[in-house]
Design a binder for this molecule. Structure first.
Ligand code: COA
Length: 613
């Protein structure tokens, strides 16, 4: 299938559901208009003040000032327009990238199909017909304001050493209830009874981390048999194993992040702690049960026959134990109850987003030909930017200095963002320029988008001068790493090609805590690029014996472990996204990150969690 056909087939599944959701009324915005002078003043350093805030771009997008479409547009329109025309000279590069993208997207679709089948036909049948429960996606549909659910890490758990665990047995993602963005953690009981595998813990911890970083209320739909017992040693004892989920629930509550749970299935052991630790919990009659040990264990220990409902059903927990707060006679009633709980959170509901914006001047489908299959197939990063930013307008910073890093300001669906994008090796000058720019964003409270495509490995120095150059580069990269680590603005990282070695740290790789990190399907994540191993090394043995064979084996292993899907299966990122959807997804994330400012209750200095009595 050629990429044009493929991209039509895929054409932005997200946009279909989310665009109308965010379209705005122009007249409403103009009522609150500010003058150009005021906007310019708001963009300046003095107005942001000295406080180091983790609140994203509040100063620019608060409710009274986000609405001046007319003046804002005049301002945006003065940013220079990027030339996004691809020189015909690079036809072969485009063709190479396109055919690679097609292969990667084919793989993406196969995996998506696998994930959508959950635990398979028999398990679905058991879940819906015997156990009379709704499927996890139907539950979310009932609970959310609209159809929009931005699923995170859907490929988590695929092709793990212990087999396939579709979606790691639980869906995580972002959606809205009563207009409030929330994080959802919803077990899929069709996958081995919703039991928790090591990768499920990782995925749920990551969802909680996103909730903490972005201050998003969390909703747990609990339907889990607890730990997947054959892997208990990888689940229970360590700091970031299962118990961390419950620890986080307490800490999040102390941070004033509301957490609401619905017991909508059998919740055993670890599965029972999640709702019990939540701030407010509803249970579905005849469907929800909670116990530390279920009827079979009771029978084994005491010889007593007892029904699940009697041991830990809805009536028992709502009337006797107090482990839940709301009794619901059906799943529908439980989700209505959650919506009512949300109405009590005392959040100022964000006004409908009222920004108007221009589309990029160049077609996003062409990003498939720009997604580099290899570092040597990388074209000028501005060709990619021109397909992602509003009106392809870019206010570049230090355009002629350290040109292997491109920095500048742009708008994405009307939201101001600072862009730090690789355009070659992260040299000494490029790193210093990166430091300077990141500090500007930090001072002005502007979120940063890192577009990552690092060099496979630094060339070995062939002279003293080159060695000195490398040392200076190391020092400058260390400065950039420190700046990235300490910048208190929200960060999104998009890996569009290689994510190799130390340069990826300076570009806000996973260990540098971006609020969100996404990969294009062609992305490669590894310490070094296996394809750039020395071809004429002594250890290459044409007869495939001894060290040569070992080396080939290592190379093959590295090759497999570098793929975007391998990374996403292990939750080293927040998901593989299609290049043509990147703009939409980044815009959504910018909106989500902005929500913290709507929380009315201020943080206490020594807060306490809500403790169930
Ligand atoms: N560890 C490993 N596998 C488990 C499991 C666990 N804790 N709980 C369930 N499974 C497996 C079952 O063996 C079954 O596997 P299969 O499909 O290969 O046969 C699958 O999950 C579904 O379980 P099943 O009992 O057929 O489905 P169900 O919907 O009727 O019941 C549970 C699901 C979770 C309620 C039920 O299996 C149960 O009570 N499990 C024990 C829970 C437990 O004791 N946990 C303690 C953790 S410390």
């Amino acid at each position: 299938m050629r990429f044009t056909q493929l991209s039509r087939y895929l054409s932005c599944p997200l946009s279909a559901s989310c665009s109308p959701f965010f379209l705005t009324s122009k007249s409403k915005c103009q009522q609150n208009g500010l003058g150009t002078k005021e906007i310019l003043r708001l963009l300046s350093y003095q107005d942001v003040g000295n406080s180091v805030s983790t609140v994203p771009h509040d100063m620019i997008h608060n409710s009274s000032m986000s609405c001046n479409i007319k003046n804002r547009h005049q301002y945006i329109k003065s940013f220079p327009v990027l030339d996004g025309n691809i020189p015909s000279l690079y036809r072969h590069v485009l063709d190479g990238n396109t055919s690679n993208s097609e292969i990667c997207i084919q793989r993406y679709l196969e995996l998506l199909e696998k994930v959508n089948k959950g635990g398979g036909e028999n398990a679905i049948c058991r879940h819906t017909q015997r156990n009379k429960k709704l499927l996890v996606r139907e539950r979310l549909r009932m609970l959310l304001d609209d159809e929009f659910f931005f699923e995170l890490s859907p490929f988590a758990g695929l092709n793990m050493p212990y087999g396939d665990v579709p979606a790691a047995g639980c869906l995580t993602g972002l959606g809205r209830i009563c207009g409030i963005w929330c994080v959802f953690i919803a077990n899929d009981a069709t996958v081995k009874g919703g039991t928790i595998y090591p990768v499920s813990v990782k995925k749920q911890l990551r969802a909680q981390e996103i909730a903490m970083q972005n201050r998003l209320p969390s909703v747990y739909l609990v339907d889990s048999g607890g730990a997947f017992l054959p892997l208990q040693s990888e689940l229970f004892p360590d700091q970031f194993h299962g118990g961390r989920l419950f620890y986080n629930e307490a800490v999040m509550s102390a941070m004033r992040i509301p957490q609401v749970a619905v017991v909508c299935g059998s919740c055993t052991a670890g599965g029972a702690y999640v709702p019990t630790m939540a701030e407010e919990t509803a249970i579905v009659d005849k469907i929800g049960t909670m116990f530390l040990a279920g009827p079979p264990l009771v029978k084994a220990a005491t010889g007593e026959d007892i029904l699940p409902e009697e041991l830990g059903g809805a009536s028992l927990h709502s009337k006797v134990s107090g482990c839940v707060d709301h009794f619901a006679s059906s799943e529908k009633e439980a989700y209505e109850c959650v919506r009512n709980i949300f109405a009590t959170l005392n959040f100022e509901i964000p006004a409908e987003d009222t920004l108007e914006y221009d589309s990029p001047l160049y077609c996003a489908d062409e990003l498939l030909g720009l997604a580099p299959k290899d570092y040597s197939y990388t074209l000028d990063i501005k060709l990619i930017l021109s397909r992602m930013i509003d009106g392809s307008r870019f206010q570049e910073f230090k355009a002629n200095y350290g040109t292997t890093l491109v920095n500048g300001f742009a708008y994405i669906e009307g939201q101001l963002v600072g862009i730090v994008a690789n355009n070659g090796e992260l040299t000494h000058d490029a790193s210093l320029k990166g430091c300077h720019f990141i500090q500007l964003c930090n001072q002005r409270n502007i979120p940063i988008l890192f577009i990552l495509n690092t060099a496979p490995q630094a060339a070995e120095p062939s002279s003293f001068a080159q060695a000195l150059d490398h040392t200076n580069r190391l020092k400058a990269q260390a400065s950039m790493m420190a700046t990235v680590a300490c910048a208190a603005v929200p960060k999104i990282t998009l890996v569009i090609g290689g994510c190799y070695g130390n340069e990826s740290y300076a570009m806000c790789g996973r260990s540098f805590d971006p609020n969100f990190l996404f990969l294009w399907p062609n992305a490669r994540i590894a310490l070094v690029d296996s394809r750039h191993f020395p071809k004429h090394s002594m250890i290459w043995d044409d007869n495939c014996t001894g060290a040569g064979t070992e080396f080939k084996h290592l190379k093959k292993k590295l090759e497999e472990e570098s793929s975007a899907f391998y990374s996403s299966a292990r939750v080293w990122d927040d998901g593989v996204i299609l290049p043509q959807n990147s703009r939409k997804i980044i815009a959504q994330c910018l909106r989500v990150m902005k929500q913290k400012k709507y929380q009315i209750l201020s943080l206490q200095q020594y807060p306490l969690p809500v403790i169930r009595m």
